[in-house]
Design a binder for this molecule. Structure first.
Ligand code: FCB
Length: 447
């Protein structure tokens, strides 16, 4: 089944990604404090498909050993997980055991330090005290896990945190205000650089990076206004965070346009860039009223909408194949993105830290040909980018197992492992075995 066009370096990292809130459950165990997502789910159950909550998720907090056994059995040589900041110091006991368990199975532990579960007591990312509080937590994590974690990612998708938290208002804290979005984004970037400084001064052995959600922006119209809208989207969805991470400053012209005057003190370089890629953005000018909507039903007639009046809208791609959640499937976008990153930041190591497909699946059926086709096409795209010189170091599929998919609840399934909704029993899907064979037949496997 493996395509002959798949060719990867021998030291390539192969594995999956997860996030604490989406898999762990046990949200009140061992002194864990509430996060903004626990509160959001409790206060707005109607906004989440099936009124789902992050409890019990996959019950990974209690079943972690079984999950590590699966990772070992499936032959992965890397695993990206996130630390739950709301679990505080006591939670680090759990991650200590998890990291040991990964090392014992020959799997590289890759830790994300923040994946959207801000402790409620801190309010929101608008609070200027959050970056320092984060840096203190990071320092504790660094001292505890720094001898074994191979890759650190400070934040997951800061652009999405502000886009959904402060522009569309679909995620907590449910604000719709562009100025406030960029001020909150600045706190996220301060937190990122402070965290890198703390990791370095703690002398951790792993490589330091961040996981950014990045999408090639494609202009969907022919007018000058359409081209301006596409530039706007690229500037603020991609370049804003890329420049702040790689060069420690916001892109000048884009900052001037927003009259944004914040600067980043003591910026720190990254050793690698994590790339979360799902689909490209097709952008045109918009006169339509500002409106945001996400398809969370998985009914293909329900359209996602994003339009900022007088500025831009996301539009349907002219040629797209889409999932039932209205997400475009475009592997070419990943090749374009990786090549573009290598042109903009030559030689900066890249890691695909998320990529995968959400499907409606019967938990008792393990056949997932659509996932196999999706991953294979994206691996081919990476393989082409590698052949053209992009320094891609690994591929971490989203996700190891079906999980709590934020507003989509549990219906949108991304896992290599199916989780039975009642018994929480794990069963490998066909894609899990297929994925194992892919890297066994390409040089970098640990068979
Ligand atoms: C990304 C998130 C991740 C997951 C995927 C499907 O934006 O980082 O937690 O839910 O989407």
């Amino acid at each position: 089944m493996t395509s002959p066009s798949l060719s990867f370096p021998p030291d390539f990292f192969w594995g999956c990604a997860t996030a604490a809130l989406q898999i762990e459950g046990s949200t009140e165990a061992d002194g864990r404090e509430p996060s903004i997502w626990d509160d959001f789910c409790r206060n707005h159950p109607e906004r989440i498909h099936g009124r789902a909550t992050p409890e019990p998720a996959c019950d990974h907090y209690r079943r972690w050993q079984e999950d590590l056994d699966w990772i070992g059995k499936l032959g992965h040589n890397a695993y990206r997980f996130s630390l739950s900041w709301p679990r505080g110091v006591r939670g680090l006991d759990f991650y200590d055991r998890l990291v040991d368990g990964l090392c014992a199975r020959g799997v590289a532990p890759m830790a994300t330090l923040y994946h959207w579960d801000l402790p409620s007591r801190l309010g929101s990312w608008e609070n200027p005290a959050v970056p320092e509080a984060f840096a203190e937590y990071v320092e504790l994590a660094a001292r505890r896990l720094g001898d074994r974690v191979t890759h650190w990612m400070t934040l997951n998708e800061p652009a999405w945190s502000i886009m959904n938290g402060f522009v569309t208002g679909l995620h907590p804290p449910c604000v719709q205000n562009l100025d406030r979005a960029f001020q909150a984004g600045h706190q996220l970037m301060r937190a990122h650089h402070l965290a890198l400084a703390r990791l370095r001064s703690a002398g951790v052995r792993g490589k330091l990076g961040i996981a950014l959600n990045l999408s090639p922006v494609r202009c969907a119209g022919t007018s000058a206004k359409d081209r301006r809208a596409a530039r706007w989207a690229d500037d603020y969805l991609n370049r804003w965070f890329l420049e702040a991470v790689v060069h420690g400053r916001y892109p000048q012209a884009a900052a001037r346009r927003l009259r944004f005057e914040q600067v980043l003190d003591n910026p720190q370089p990254v050793d690698f860039l994590g790339v979360n890629y799902y689909y490209p953005k097709w952008v045109a000018h918009s006169q339509r009223p500002t409106q945001f909507h996400l398809n969370t039903s998985g009914q293909s007639q329900e359209k996602c909408q994003f339009s900022l009046q007088g500025r831009l809208q996301f539009v349907d791609s002219p040629r797209a194949e889409k999932t039932e959640w209205d997400w475009e499937i475009d592997p070419q976008g990943l090749e374009d993105l990786l090549l573009d990153l290598n042109r903009s930041y030559p030689g900066l190591p890249l890691m695909v830290t998320e990529n995968g497909i959400g499907l409606r699946e019967d938990p008792s059926c393990q056949d997932d040909p659509q996932r196999i086709a999706f991953v294979e096409a994206h691996l081919q795209a990476i393989s082409r980018a590698l052949a053209q010189g992009a320094p891609v170091k690994g591929y971490l599929m989203w996700a190891l197992m079906d999980n709590f998919s934020w507003l989509n609840g549990y219906q949108k399934r991304y896992g290599l492992l199916a989780i039975h909704p009642e018994t929480l029993e794990r069963r490998p899907k066909a894609s899990a075995e297929w994925y194992r064979r892919v890297f066994q037949t390409s040089a970098g496997s640990k068979s």
